[in-house]
Design a protein around this ligand. Sequence first.
Ligand code: DGL
Length: 265
Amino acid sequence: MDNRSIGIFDSGIGGITVFSEIANDFPSENIIYLGDTAKFPYGGKSKETIIELTKENINFLMKYNVKLIVIACGTATSQALEEMQKIYDIPIIGIIEPTVNNIIDESVHKIGVIATEGTINSNSWENNIKSKNNNIQVINKACPLLAPMAEEGFTENEIARLVIKEYMKELKNEGLDKLILGCTHYPLFTKLIQEELGEKVEIINTAKQVSKTLAKMLKENGLDNNTMAGKHEIFLTDTKCKFIEIANKLFANKIKIENVKKAII
Ligand code: DGL
């Protein structure tokens, strides 16, 4: 039993897909969420910058004595996770390995991955999938407009529909078994993506997979907390943004964010 908080971070609102899943699956866990809204977007930044920003975020969360850190950002996972696991001695998980471990089986022959440019260029998803099964064909596609659109709340309108249509063009006729949403902002576009690709393609939301892996990690390391109602705190590096309004609109059926605090990093 360990009542310290779980720390979660992303560049912005996307990590709330992971936060809401974890908050729902572990109602007695205390959670601190950090959105690095001052430096958003991470998707096109260099690896060096992503490593620096990831360190800053982890150092901030460590000040709150968190017991475990979830990097709820595909870009930071793909470019900084390994480095961070060498530097810090608390458990840190990202979104790639838990997802690959939970979804790759013999039924998968061809899989699509959509993510930010940084994530796609790092090849992390493809390397991870191939290390499990080298015969799986991986089709990668960067979708750089989607994260900024999600921050703006444009996830189901006509603009979103057109952009999704364009991005899905090359994936549509590939005969994919599954499509991984390799950026945590992308589950907000699930409805439009599914409409475009058809029901045969299984859309993978990494948040669910991270939460499954987290359950095991908390148990195995004796870190779980099941004695009380968990408290949630949300910090942003820049609070002059529409985070609360957009998050409450996009996640209306899952969570209610009452306030956010300014993170001094
Ligand atoms: N949500 C992030 C990811 O999973 C980052 C998007 C961005 O900041 O560009 O990659």
